[in-house]
Design a binder for this molecule. Structure first.
Ligand code: ZN
Length: 447
């Protein structure tokens, strides 16, 4: 099995690629962020390429370790669809080539204009999105399983978040996936909007193609559409070639010169990349590599770690976030960004556990209640939990109720102390602090 991707990312710029219209297409009524240029009206004269867009695309290129081209030409790619009134989409020659992300080679990246949005059912078109800058990332077909493909997309998603260049956080990228099985032709599935969608589309395609091959039929080279609602792919067209698009240089757009100074300026402006941050955590805070790796997966979680790392043991804090918190988030199928309004409470719970004010069991219970919206005032809940157990009293009861264990202890049976501690923990349903219970017991039993 061979899988490759073409990934489209909307770049965050103030204005569109060739005009001054706002890029925030989703915030306004349909067809309000438009002008003759991005509507593709005849005779409209586009502005030179948006420099901010070029810089953001270069950030992607450098983060992927690519060779930047010094001249980029804009081409017209012709096709007919209601979202494209001019009849062509402006797309650049590669701005950079030969990169890598993990084991996957990146063939090239381009800049292009996003078309408008056409609603197939209603027949309505909204051109607010038309002319927004896309960077297209083209990989080699280097992924050999759906798991590898998913891991690649997760890593790319993470990288794009760290670069902080994505226009609309609710649609980080749109993916065209190509897949070929042994003995079959390459099939491309267009326009999938999420990693989960890619996974489902690929699974569907593997089954469909395997079935065809098993019946002795051919898997033809074709382009298919992913129907998210029905969970199937549907044939769009077969035997499409590059010539069909009749690419030609756009006479309105002068070639873009990318100078060495420009590349260096962008290189200096690059933020810390995920793998650099991971290494820093291991070196600076002595966190083990797997914990650091889990911690940096979501940038906002890593930022939260750094916000409090001076107030708590870094190792404890890292474990709490990467293990406890992420476990609870995964269980609920959400990300840290979905609960970041609760982050003050999350830190209070971690610190109370760290300081021994509450037990691990109480901390976990509080964390769950907090995430599920069952606790309003976290500090009060911590105080109540901390004050709720009279450890002295429970120890006294246990000593009274289990004289034979006390006797065993006095005879020198080491295990007896653990049994007493265990009994106190059981009676307090885990709310007591085991270390303190042990201290109380030792004091009462005379050392
Ligand atoms: Zn415009």
């Amino acid at each position: 099995m061979r899988i490759g991707f073409e990934i489209h990312v909307q770049l965050r710029t103030e204005s569109k690629l060739f005009c001054t219209c706002s890029t925030r297409y989703w915030e306004a009524g349909p067809n309000t962020h438009v002008c003759p240029v991005c509507l593709g009206l005849p005779g409209a004269k586009p502005l030179p390429v948006n420099e901010e867009a070029v810089k953001k695309a270069l950030m992607v290129a450098l983060a992927l370790g690519m060779e930047v081209k010094d001249e980029v030409v804009f081409l017209r790619k012709h096709y007919f669809y209601p979202d494209l009134p001019s009849g062509y989409q402006r797309t650049s020659t590669p701005i950079a080539v030969n990169g890598r992300l993990g084991k996957v080679r990146i063939r090239e990246i381009h800049i292009e204009e996003d078309p408008g949005r056409y609603e197939l059912r209603s027949g309505l078109v909204d051109f607010n999105r038309s002319g927004v800058t896309l960077v297209e990332i083209v990989t080699e077909p280097d992924m050999e399983s759906i798991e590898e493909a998913e891991e690649f997309l997760e890593t790319l998603h993470q990288l794009l978040t760290y670069l902080d260049i994505v226009l609309n956080p609710s649609v980080v990228f749109r993916v065209d996936a190509n897949i070929s099985l042994e003995g079959g032709e390459r099939v491309e599935v267009k326009n999938i909007n999420s990693i989960e969608g890619v996974k489902r589309a690929l699974k569907y395609e593997v089954l469909r193609q395997k079935r065809l091959l098993a019946m002795g039929k051919k898997v033809e080279r074709e382009t298919r559409h992913w129907d998210e609602a029905r969970g199937v792919t549907v044939s769009l067209r077969t035997k499409e070639t590059e010539e069909d698009y009749r690419y030609m240089p756009d006479p309105d757009i002068p070639p873009l010169k990318v100078t060495g100074e420009m590349v260096e300026e962008v290189r200096r402006s690059l933020p810390e990349l995920p793998w650099e941050r991971e290494r820093r955590y291991v070196e600076t805070f002595s966190i083990d590599p797997s914990t650091a790796h889990a911690l940096i997966k979501e940038k906002e979680l890593a930022d939260f770690f750094e916000e409090h790392v001076q107030e708590i043991s870094p190792k404890f804090w890292a474990d709490f976030l990467s293990d406890r918190l992420r476990g609870e988030l995964n269980y609920r199928g959400i990300r840290f960004s979905d609960v970041k309004d609760k982050k003050d409470g999350i830190f209070l719970v971690a610190r109370a556990w760290h300081d021994g004010r509450i037990t691990k069991e109480v901390a976990v219970e509080l964390l769950r209640d907090l995430l599920d919206g069952k606790v309003e005032d976290v500090e009060r809940a911590i105080q109540e939990a901390a004050a709720g157990v009279d450890e002295e009293k429970v120890v006294e009861e246990v000593l009274r109720d289990l004289p034979e264990v006390v006797e065993d202890y006095r005879k020198g049976k080491k295990n007896a102390l653990n049994r007493l501690v265990g009994e106190v923990m059981k009676r307090t349903r885990g709310r007591a602090n085991a270390r303190r219970v042990k201290e109380i017991l030792l004091r009462r039993l005379g050392g």
